[in-house]
Design a protein around this ligand. Sequence first.
Ligand code: NAI
Length: 725
Amino acid sequence: MTDTIRYDRGADGIVTLTLDDPDQSANTMNRAYAASMTAVLDRLEAERDDLTGVIVTSAKQTFFAGGDLDEMGRATRADAPALAELLGTIKRDLRRLETLGRPVVAAINGAALGGGLEIALACHHRIALDAPGSRLGLPEVTLGLLPGAGGVTRTVRMLGLAAALTTVLLTGRRMRPADALAAGLVDEVVATDEEMLTRAREWIAANPRPAQPWDRPDYRMPGGTPASRGLAAQLPAYPANLRKQLKGARLPAPEAILATAVEGAQVDLETALTVETRHLITLLTGQIAKNMIGAFHVDLRAVNGGAARPSGVDAAPVRKVAVLGAGMMGAGIAYVCAKAGLEVVVRDVSEEAAGRARDHAGKLLAKAVRRGRIGEADAQAVLDRITTTAGLDALAGCDAVIEAVFEDPALKQAVFAEVTPVVTADALLASNTSTLPITGLAAQVARPADFIGMHFFSPVDKMPLLEIVVGEQTGDVALARAFDLGRRIGKTPIVVNDGRGFFTSRVIGRFIDEAVGMLAEGVPAASVEQAALQAGYPTGPLALADEVSLTLIQRIRRQFEAAGEGFVALPSHRLVDTMLDTHERPGRTGGRGFYDYADGSRGRLWSGLADLATDAGRAVPLPDLKERMLFAEALDALRCLDEGVLRTETDANIGSILGIGFPAWTGGVIRYVRQYAGGPAGFAARAAELAARYGDRFTPPADLAERLAAGSPDPARDGRPVGAA
Ligand code: NAI
């Protein structure tokens, strides 16, 4: 088997273990690693008498990437014994390392996530290099897993039960080295490689016979030992706190992490390690971890790797971007572009209006400086890259335009007409419209082949998704440029074909319609919100509608209505009209919507909502409340595939989770259909049931089961479309 760890013994008796898997760009906890580590430990133990200490580091850009997700994503129940054995070997060897009787220092030269941090936790001292982009943490929970190479066991013993759970294990936070230091996960942060290695040697010299805290006779678990009153008093609160943190959703990974941590805290370390393995194997062989690995590892890699980028087009990196409109979206777009190193010129109707983009960037940068995320000089350099103007001259030389003026086709046409002659002759022309068909807008510009939709999400600096919308005339060069620009500014770009509302705005509309429709049927607003949170949505639909603004929801619906296109009037539409026209409750920015907003923060659901029911019928059971929202979105996503708006299931899955908050545990909206109990046929049967009870909009596509069966068994792997033939 491949040797993945180099063993170098220096004249000073210090052995440097260099993690360097020759077959992969990053080190992972695969079988080759396990075999290499066993060989390393055999040798370390044999040579112990001649050893001064051990430094564990890596030759890769990252320290160590973590578990082998490709392998884990395929695990079935039949693999459980082999997996348990592998985990047992890995843990045994890390235990041998920490009980070697010689100082072991982790010299963490780059990202150490999951398994990487678990290796470091088995070292006596951890020094992290403050490398750009380096992150440390145990993000397993975000993949439906738990850290099963000692991560739960050791963080609980190192930080205490409460701190380990809330800062590391349940959040899955990927921390910058400075934050990892503050959290107590590492002992030192250094600025250079040399410093890291010098400090490692100094520490070894100063600590010739170290032991892990938990191996010392006087060890007490921070925050209280299992038997102590302090911890016992806290224990009963954990499940309740957890449910609060998860907003009511019951997901296996957080619950398994909690159980592992609490059980493990009450037994000896060796037993705790086996408890951890048992819980991890249960998660690994279950469906939710597969869904999440499928989405966040396999699908995300395909999307970011450029599966949708036309391969024949050379990269021609954008250098200077014109952003038209300095409103909420324009200002956010200007900031992310400048932060990625691009020159940005923001144009609005007046100098003052345009200046808001710099103010916005200034505020975000000041916050980043305060939090130590960026140095003052670098922050100033980002700000200096943003120029603002009300004129045209400053736009000369821009090789991309991103338009974010009001959602008005005539206005958009007018600004492109003004700007196109000033920017470079082949500049990318992109609109951030959230609903207007790109083909229609393209018809009004001078170079339709260079015209494309780049649909960002608010707040732009936080939301990871970019929905690239290809119009009928959009050329491959424009698509490749938009894709590359999206990647350059750190976004995950899905590519969809044109259509009103594209994929995301259209499907999120079904979610809000369905929820508001339930209000019209007399379902209490609080039940609607709670059902969505329990289903795993990050925000309730009514809170979301307030955020989007009811005025915008009404305007978009009227555009659909005017365009025909199979528009169906729903009771929810009437309710939104009543909210606006009779009660003047436009949503969050107006201070009142489905919720009341006191001093900007979300208060209570408006007490008048119960009186708005127009269609009150029988009570809707909780499973139906949840599934009406999930199915409304899933069925419309299937229609998007049928109509060719969506090109691949992969884009649907990623776009639904990252763009519109479809519950992450599903692994995405189409995976939800595939994995529904009974498979696509089970989904179709349940949809037919909902249709009989609640209306035709739930009628499933006739041949759904056959079509999905004909698609690839793991669509995530090749992104093959199952939609339009
Ligand atoms: P906004 O109302 O905050 O900003 C629009 C800006 O355009 C204003 O600053 C306005 O002064 C400026 N403007 C108007 N006429 C102009 C002209 N002739 N030249 C230059 N600037 C001009 O609007 P927001 O929310 O930023 O939306 C902008 C676009 O982004 C719209 O097309 C919207 O549909 C889309 N969008 C909005 C999202 C949201 O969450 N608000 C999400 C995704 C897209």
